[in-house]
Design a protein around this ligand. Structure first.
Ligand code: APR
Length: 232
């Protein structure tokens, strides 16, 4: 196996589960209580803007009540100490990786603490509730929406992600079910480019067969152990 210099890490809702943030699928998951079609599609925003805003307002408000866990902190330590390239691509829209201290971080599905103008695509940090039709300070249109990538929309920064996948020596997937593309396909791209692949997850994911190694267990236990192993 080639030496490890460049690492690409993908995280999903499972890394935030031990912080008390609901995952999407599985017992008590967000998609059990809501229909994706009602809160996470462009059509839903057109059909019932207020319901979509309420769904993300509630999740944004909850962020004040949760803290990063040992897995987030271990990845922040790795970010600070790893001398090679490292990119943490998260599917999560919470701010727990930032609050733990991760810097080389990219939110491919957007962020709860950001508002996007549907007209001019300007973004601004957003902490409180986001009323439907709020005026965009950049262009004046009544078009601010949650800065969340809905189903059917293109995830952010795919060019940066593809470049990082092409040069990764190690691809690690943490806390994701492998149910949603393009993220679910990253392991195959990494393998194609010769990267070693490792999955850290509570249960086998839909993509487990693509990983050279899978470790099953809670992220709060597996991730610190893996980071210790990597940093020696
Ligand atoms: N530690 C590690 N893994 C865990 C833990 C834990 N404590 N708890 C749950 N998991 C795992 C589950 O086994 C599951 O495989 O995390 C995964 C969560 O899967 P999902 O709920 O499907 O979340 P995710 O994979 O992030 O969803 C991907 O789908 O709904 C869209 O845009 C949304 O970004 C999201 C995307």
């Amino acid at each position: 196996m080639r030496d490890i210099h460049n690492i690409l890490i993908l995280t999903g809702a499972g890394i935030s589960a031990e912080s008390g943030v609901a995952t999407f699928r599985g017992p008590g998951g967000l998609w059990e209580g809501h229909r994706v079609e009602d809160v996470c599609t462009p059509e839903a925003l057109e059909r019932d803007r207020a319901q979509v805003h309420r769904f993300y307002d509630a999740r944004r408000e909850q962020l004040a009540a949760v803290e990063p866990n040992a897995a987030h902190r271990a990845l922040a330590r790795l970010d600070a100490e790893w001398a090679g390239d490292l990119l943490l691509v998260t599917q999560n829209v919470d701010d727990l990786h930032e609050r733990a201290g991760s810097k080389r971080l990219l939110h491919m599905h957007g962020e709860l603490k950001s508002a996007l103008c549907a007209r001019c695509e300007a973004r601004q940090p957003w902490e409180a509730a986001l009323p439907p039709g709020h005026i965009c300070p950049a262009c004046g249109a009544s078009a601010l929406r949650p800065d969340i990538v809905f189903f059917g929309e293109m995830p952010y920064r795919m060019d940066v992600i593809e470049q990082a996948l092409a040069k990764a020596d190690l691809f690690v997937s943490i806390g994701t079910s492998g149910a949603v593309y393009p993220a679910a396909g990253f392991v195959q791209t990494a393998r194609y480019h010769g990267a070693a692949t490792l999955e850290l997850n509570l249960d086998p994911s839909e993509g487990s067969l693509w990983f050279a190694e899978s470790r099953m267990g809670p992220a709060g236990t597996l991730v610190p152990a893996w980071v210790d192993e990597l940093l020696g």
